[in-house]
Ligand binder design. Structure first.
Ligand SMILES: Cc1ncc(COP(=O)(O)O)c(C=O)c1O
Length: 392
């Protein structure tokens, strides 16, 4: 059947940027724009491209095609880090280097799911996971979960809701810990509840742990450390989040399941062929030298979190990890805070609208507290407070 000029169903289903409406309002603001909407950092990375001695690298390490699995020195260092620091039983056969954690999750879903399969997404959730599912005709199913977690890492009705959402088409569960947008970190008991459900229903687990280094209230626990989860879990990490290297686009996936890793590797090979080796070289330098950076950044981010919460007039989550405050604007505007966010944008501050983090999250917005320095954090929050004070 002729197709032109129609595009694919999946291509049409993937949502476009949520910021176009807000940017129109932002454009009217003449002064310094404060970008609270993006999940990034204002800190300089521990290893910078211009400090690397490129001349020491063999041309084949820079200009030839690389291995699909990843550049071997980096893969080896990732394995050592996983074994020694995280105490995970991972070998290079279970490691896949990717173009950021985004690519790791996309390749994983491609390896695990068929069109029409369902992906259960613990919600509120990182927005791109929905689009990644939709891009391969997988149906994203939101499961409200983190609102029912208590700070001790237990949950009440979350697991029941998760189990109730399972259908014969369910293939996998996606969760992030620490979570984006609300910063909830799942403790061992809570992870075990999810692993137990996955085990009883033969489901895969996609565990997004890109904020593992930014855990403020206790050690981060990886889903893969649970024996019940080790074979059925793919865990993703990101040099963007750990080492302030978003522009390099390097991340990776770990799994205890070599067959799954082989299949993901085929997906990586058929999408980017290999992650640029030059960027992996820089990622390796960050992994080797980055521990002091991570320790200092964690303290700086924790202080920024507390400073932002204390200053902001609106109630927020108390994030035990990650980079965001999940702000509840319900008292001012009910279930759709877009008009309020437009006013805030008109004062030169962008927030991420809650609706992109879950269908029932329209009364919330996400504020990234790591993207600007303390003075600009204060300034941006003062502008938000001024809009709230004038709102009636
Ligand atoms: C929870 C979560 N997962 C994955 C990613 C993507 O990471 P990367 O930049 O490495 O693709 C992000 C980025 O913001 C994130 O917040």
């Amino acid at each position: 059947m002729a197709r032109f000029p129609e595009l694919s169903v999946a291509g049409n289903a993937v949502p476009a940027s949520i910021f176009s409406r807000l940017r129109e309002h932002l454009a009217r603001f003449p002064g310094d724009v404060i970008p609270f909407q993006i999940g990034d950092t204002h800190l300089s990375p521990p290893a910078r491209l211009e400090q690397l001695v490129w001349a020491e690298l063999a041309p084949s390490d820079l200009y030839a095609y690389g291995a699909a699995a990843g550049w071997q020195p980096l893969v080896k260092a990732i394995a050592e880090d996983a074994q020694t620091r995280r105490k995970l039983d991972v070998t290079p056969a279970g490691i896949q280097v990717t173009s950021g954690a985004t690519h790791a999750l996309a390749s994983t879903l491609q390896a695990l799911c068929d069109p029409g399969d369902e992906l259960l997404i613990l919600t509120p959730h990182w927005p791109l996971i929905r689009g990644i599912a939709l891009s391969i005709n997988v149906i994203p199913v939101e499961v409200p979960y983190f609102d029912v977690a208590d700070p001790a890492g237990r949950s009440t009705s979350g697991p029941a809701r998760l189990e109730a959402a399972i259908t014969p088409r369910t293939a996998a569960i996606y969760l992030a810990s620490p979570n984006n947008p609300d910063g909830t970190m799942l403790g061992p008991a809570q992870l075990a509840e999810i692993a137990d459900i996955a085990e009883r229903h033969n489901l895969w687990i996609l565990s997004d742990e890109v904020y593992e280094h930014y855990a403020y209230e206790g050690p981060h626990v990886s889903m893969m450390s649970l024996p019940a989860a080790s074979q059925r879990t793919v865990t993703v990490f990101s040099f963007a989040k750990s080492y302030a290297l978003a522009g390099l686009r390097v991340g990776y996936a770990l799994t205890g399941n070599p067959k799954l890793c082989d299949t993901m590797r085929k997906m990586v090979n058929h999408s980017v062929y290999n992650v640029p080796v030059a960027m992996q070289h820089a990622a390796l330098a960050a992994l080797r030298e980055g521990a002091p950076f991570v320790a200092a950044a964690r303290e700086r981010y924790r202080a920024a979190r507390d400073r932002a919460r204390a200053r902001l007039a609106a109630p927020t989550s108390m994030p035990s990890g990650g980079a965001y405050l999940w702000v509840d604007f319900g008292k001012w505007i009910g279930n759709d805070c877009m008009p309020l966010l437009e006013k805030i944008a008109a004062s030169g501050v962008l927030l991420a609208p809650g609706s992109s983090f879950g269908a029932a999250c329209g009364g919330f917005a996400r504020l990234c507290f790591t993207g600007v320095n303390e003075a600009r954090l204060d300034e941006g929050i003062d502008r938000i407070n001024a809009v709230l004070a004038a709102w009636s």
